[in-house]
Design a protein around this ligand. Sequence first.
Ligand code: ZN
Length: 121
Amino acid sequence: MSDLSNLSNMSPKFTGPDVVRLMRKHHVTIEGLSFRLGISQKRIRNVREIGLTDSLAVRDWLQAITGSDPGPLPEKYRINHITEEGNCGFCGYPMGVGDETYGYMGELFCSITCCRKSRRW
Ligand SMILES: [Zn+2]
């Protein structure tokens, strides 16, 4: 039973439950998908309820969820020691001990948004 075969028939519709099931199957979080698609987590939650009808959007979502080359995702990292303190790699915000940061492409950022902006999207 393939999730993808369902979509090769005439209807491009990708229902909310389909999205939820596929994300679960590929271990994609709302946060991760939001990052890959460059859209808000609110919109992801909305689509998980109402689904997608536009065939181009369906294709983008499928690629983002199952994608062969989705790109690395930021990893949450809490600063534990004063030697790890530094500034956000994009906006320069000072990050200190106890702060939650995001490691991405070998740098630390203050937020997911800064990870993305550092990549110019
Ligand atoms: Zn920042």
